[in-house]
Write a new protein. Structure first.
Length: 260
């Protein structure tokens, strides 16, 4: 069986639903941006042994990994045969600390109270759709390309799971309807779907120009639909079952198969 690592979001993770632990052979690094993943750690942040009241153990682990920058260490130690990237978690703003460290301003970071830690004092926002954020992200892809060529990750098959926010949702009887209302990054933070999809197109283009060995997988257009019955609720990136079937089939062709 393959050893798979994901740097991405639930659109890839949900191919192998996680419960208390990942299936053998799977590593999932989430709630991070490539720019944050490759940044320096947050100076002075002391890890907490358990999750805040509003978060699960996994959400806590993912958030702390972004603060302590242990994601890359985990990737190297995992020695994946297949390394899958998707960029749906690149919807979050970045925060820059006075030391220069970058962190991902995820819902978990916000709701878990991590921003109250003195080590995160003085953080300034870098909006996701800003030119400054895009420059940082593009620079991180160049850094990533170097790591993929000079570490154990050079032995992995690199896969880009190409995705966009869905504009339409499935309706009863198999018909489709436009998504109603504006999507949100989280409650109270509306997002511009068209601008995020344009950004994803630019990100993917730059990624493939910089890391041309990456294999691209994508769902069929007719399956790129939001699903009101999705386990995580209606969202532009919570898709119909056929979407995940398409991606699993594409991964199988790449030899990326593990036990569920």
């Amino acid at each position: 069986m393959a050893k798979i690592a994901i740097v991405g979001s639930c659109i890839t993770r949900d191919l192998w639903p996680l419960r208390e632990a990942a299936p053998p052979g799977l590593l999932y690094v989430s709630r991070t941006s490539l720019a944050s993943l490759l940044s320096q750690p947050v100076d002075g942040y002391a890890p907490q042994s358990g999750p805040p009241a509003d978060l699960t153990r996994y959400q806590h682990m993912a958030t702390q990994a972004d603060l302590l920058k242990t994601g890359l260490t985990q990737l190297l130690a995992h020695r994946p045969t297949h390394l899958i990237f998707d960029f749906i978690d690149e919807r979050f703003d970045l925060l820059r600390l006075p030391t220069g460290a970058l962190i991902t301003h995820s819902w978990e970071l916000e709701s878990g109270g991590y921003l109250d830690d003195p080590a995160l004092a003085g953080a300034t926002a870098i909006p996701r759709l800003s030119g400054a954020c895009e420059r940082l992200w593009r620079e991180s892809v160049v850094q990533l390309a170097g790591l993929l060529s000079c570490t154990v990750l050079r032995n992995a098959t690199i896969i880009l799971h190409s995705a966009r926010w869905a504009k339409r949702q499935i309706a009863p009887g198999g018909t489709t309807l436009p998504l109603q209302g504006d999507p949100h990054i989280w409650d109270g933070r509306p997002a511009d779907l068209a601008k995020h999809n344009q950004m994803l197109a630019r990100y993917e283009s730059h990624f493939l120009q910089t890391i041309p060995q990456a294999q691209v997988i994508a769902a069929q257009p007719e399956h790129q639909l939001a699903d009101p019955a999705h386990r995580w609720g209606l969202s532009p990136f919570h898709y119909v079952p056929g979407y995940y079937d398409d991606i699993l089939a594409a991964l199988d062709k790449q030899g990326a198969k593990i036990a569920a």
